[in-house]
Structure formats: C-alpha cells, structure tokens
Design a protein around this ligand. Structure first.
Ligand SMILES: NC(=O)c1ccc[n+]([C@@H]2O[C@H](COP(=O)([O-])OP(=O)(O)OC[C@H]3O[C@@H](n4cnc5c(N)ncnc54)[C@H](OP(=O)(O)O)[C@@H]3O)[C@@H](O)[C@H]2O)c1
Length: 229
C-alpha cells in the first residue's frame, strides 16, 4: 500500500520503520519539512514529503502528532483526497503533561471524534494504546499464544477492516472496538491503555472500561471539577 504518515516522532517513526520493512511505500512528513527527515528516509527507504503531500500520497494516511497541534494542521489538508482514503488517528489527550485544555474533550467528546471534526474526515482510532517500543519490537506471527492485540475503533467498516489487516501484518491481533463514539474505551486511563493484552484480554478490558475521565486525565484536577464530570 501507499501509506502517508503525518508526524515522524516516536509513533510516526516506528510506523515508518515497520511499514517500510513490510514493503509498503511510505510518505512521511513532520512540521519542519522533508529536509529534516533525511536520516529516517536513508534508514527506511521512505519518501520524506510535506504534510500536504503526505495527505495526498496514501491509500491510507496516519495522523500521529500531539493532540494540541491538530488544530494547527491546514484546514484544507484533506481537500480533494478521495473518501476511499482511510485516515488513522493514533492520538491521545494528555491535558496535564502536554496538550493543555481541549474543551470538547473535557465535556465528553471522544478524543478521536474531536480529531475527526478538526480534520473534517472520518478517522479510525488505532495504535493509541501501545508503547512505541512494543509497536516496534513485539510483533509476532498470527497464532502465537499471547500475541499482543490492539483495539481499533471507527464508524466505517471497510476502513476498519483495512486497518485490522495492517495490524495483523505488523504482528498484532486487531480487535474491533466498535464505533468512534465507543472509542473512550481505549483512551488514556482505561484498562486497555498502555497494556499488552491478547485479543481476549483486550475485549475484557474494553468491556470493563468506565466512561468517566479520571482526574489524572482531566485538564482541571480540582476535586470539584472531577465530581462534576
Ligand atoms: N509515544 C508513544 O508511545 C505513543 C503511543 C501511542 C500513541 N501515542 C500518541 O500518538 C501521538 C504522537 O505521539 P509521539 O509520541 O509519536 O509524538 P512525538 O514523538 O512528540 O512526535 C510528534 C511528531 O509530530 C510532528 N508534528 C507536530 N506538530 C505537527 C504539525 N502541526 N504538522 C506536522 N507534524 C507535526 C513532529 O514534527 P517536528 O518534530 O518536526 O515538530 C513530530 O514528528 C500523540 O497523540 C501520542 O499521545 C504515543
């Protein structure tokens, strides 16, 4: 596949390495421009591009930048990009450590629904709950006992199927985690977040998740505010 990746940090870099090694053609972008991605390109064979080109180069485009920077992406990023192009969001909202306050998320919108509205495109939420090192190194062949599984949420079934197939190629089981409005089940602070469960473990963890955003994952940490939620 042709895969565009917007963001070349921990996750964008890991996905560039893994997808390139699998034989996919990767077009990768960061905020500073393609000339700053020469080393990653030399290492992987990926093509460094602008973010506009990354959005237009893929059968699938992965957006993997800090949540607070999502609104900085150009409004017309996906203008003219066919609806068949799958957009993947790997993002997590870290209000206290990195992102500051994002009101719609604080008020209960799922992180990926918010990203989807910012981008003006449907998105599939994936790769958000696994540590980068594990994404890079812990893939195993299908059928391996204890194979790590990753939840995938989204409203478009064919798009989700595409992502589930890629996850299998990367060496993980994919678990359909429902529509985008169910994606709170895999957000930071939930039982599946930052864990390496197998498929059954992921399903159990998604089922016992609580929708309430705990104080550690809210912008306002006062007890009053947490209670109001
Ligand atoms: N790290 C993990 O283990 C992990 C795991 C799962 C999910 N996530 C989530 O995935 C997202 C990315 O995380 P990360 O750890 O990969 O972040 P990171 O290492 O900080 O890398 C961020 C990347 O985004 C690029 N970027 C920032 N703003 C941009 C913009 N406006 N346009 C284009 N590119 C931009 C940066 O480019 P420049 O360097 O040029 O600014 C950099 O390449 C976050 O939401 C994070 O919470 C992280």
């Amino acid at each position: 596949m042709n895969i565009g990746i917007i963001g070349a940090g921990h996750i964008g870099g890991a996905l560039t390495r893994r997808f390139s090694a699998l034989g996919h053609k990767v077009f990768v972008a960061n905020s500073r421009g393609p000339e700053t991605l020469r080393d990653l390109a030399a290492e992987t064979g990926a093509t460094p591009v602008s973010i506009a080109e990354a959005a237009r180069s893929g059968d699938l485009v992965i957006v993997t930048i800090p949540e607070k920077n999502i609104p900085n992406l150009p409004d017309d990023l996906f203008k003219g990009v066919p609806d068949t192009v799958v957009v993947v969001d790997t993002g997590n909202y870290y209000p206290q450590q990195r992102d500051g306050r994002i009101d719609p998320i604080e008020n209960g919108m799922t992180e990926s629904r918010w990203v989807s509205r910012q981008l003006g495109r449907p998105v599939v939420k994936a790769f958000n709950n696994i540590y980068v090192e594990h994404l890079l190194k812990s893939g195993q062949p299908p059928g391996t006992p204890g194979r790590i599984a990753l939840p995938v949420a989204g409203d478009d079934k064919p798009a989700k199927a595409t992502v589930l197939k890629l996850i299998d190629e990367l060496g993980f089981d994919g678990v359909d985690a429902g529509g985008l409005d169910e994606s709170w089940r895999q957000q930071p602070g939930t039982p599946v977040y930052g864990t390496d469960f197998d498929a059954e473990g992921v399903r159990e963890a998604l089922a016992r998740a609580s929708k309430e955003r705990t104080p550690a994952w809210r912008a306002d940490t006062s007890a009053k505010s947490a209670k109001r939620a």
